[in-house]
Design a binder for this molecule. Structure first.
Ligand code: MN
Ligand code: MN
Length: 309
């Protein structure tokens, strides 16, 4: 019997990689034969967490049907964000905290979605429901996922459950969540050796809204100038992607993790829709979004609404 692969989304973030690890560990403890894999190499922030807790980096795959028939998805459900051959595979389980869209299966499955700030918060509940003990390095990775997704508990997606889960996991992992958390987030803002192309692809997701192709890339920083000083290069890289992939809108969201604000840069034939979506005026394609840090809660719903009019 081939292994069941546990997979997070493309351009994986810390939640996607660590949730694949923690959910695979739980499934194996329950007698399944699974392996956590990733649809891309870990980013700097995720690598910091993996190194800190001395965890193995999941194997990177570009397809799954060549080695297995069965997969479990964590931290996503939309097919265009999943492994490219997802339609040829049987999805046994989904653990997620995003909107449900472009998803269907031919057979029954386990599906657990909760509107919490991080997949790991749901996975912690599953450990408890099955009474499986969490090893300290897994707890550390789970904590890292929560810190990353909630930007250290300030994102509007963060719930009381996430904060409680993080406190509990920090205790098992033996770290101070605030101190470790800031170190983790700062590790993710080290982008000095990244090309413009890499910057706009690190954490980018595609959406289809009312027949329009939308790409939203998010980059965390502690200084906007780290990114906007390279605007010409970034603009050129975005234009290439818009032309190559036919995006109607490419939105780059640069989030300041210390101030919890974002600057956006909108490109594409539908770029103007961002003015209506966020109640702003674009200047040279740019605008400041006060208090906006969450793509899933403060960007995608607003764009969906504006594009549907
Ligand atoms: Mn994610
Ligand atoms: Mn997540």
């Amino acid at each position: 019997m081939s292994k069941i692969l546990v997979i997070g989304h493309q351009n994986p973030d810390t939640d996607s990689i660590t949730s694949a690890i923690s959910f695979s560990y739980l499934q194996n403890a329950l007698g399944k034969n699974t392996e956590a894999v990733a649809l891309g190499a870990p980013n700097e922030e995720t690598q910091f967490a993996l190194d800190y807790f001395k965890a193995e980096t999941p194997r990177v795959i570009s397809g799954a049907s060549n080695e297995t028939r069965e997969v479990m998805l964590v931290d996503h459900n939309e097919f265009q964000q999943s492994v490219p051959d997802i339609e040829e595979l049987t999805i046994l389980a989904v653990i997620d905290h995003h909107r449900i869209s472009n998803f269907h299966t031919a057979t029954p499955l386990y599906y657990r979605a909760e509107p919490v700030g991080c997949t790991q918060t749901i996975i912690l509940k599953l450990y408890k429901e099955h009474q499986i003990e969490i090893p300290s390095h897994i707890a550390g990775l789970m904590l890292s996922g929560i810190i990353s997704d909630t930007l250290l508990f300030v994102s509007p997606t963060c719930t009381d459950e996430d904060i409680k889960a993080a406190q509990e996991l920090a205790k098992i992992a033996g770290v101070d969540p605030e101190k470790y958390g800031l170190d983790l987030l700062k590790a993710g803002t080290n982008l000095s050796d990244k090309t413009a192309e890499e910057l706009i692809s690190l954490d980018a997701k595609s959406f289809e809204v009312n027949g329009k192709k939308v790409r939203v890339a998010q980059v965390n920083t502690i200084d906007y100038m780290d990114i906007f000083s390279k605007k010409a290069e970034i603009e050129a890289a975005i234009s290439r992607q818009v032309n190559d992939n036919g995006y109607n809108l490419f939105l780059l969201v640069v989030t300041n993790i210390l101030d919890s604000d974002s600057r956006i840069f909108a490109t594409g034939s539908s770029a103007q829709v961002t003015e209506q979506a966020f109640g702003i005026k674009l200047e040279n394609g740019e605008a400041f979004l006060k208090g906006v840090v969450s793509r899933k809660k403060q960007i995608i719903p607003q764009l969906t609404e504006a594009l549907s009019n």
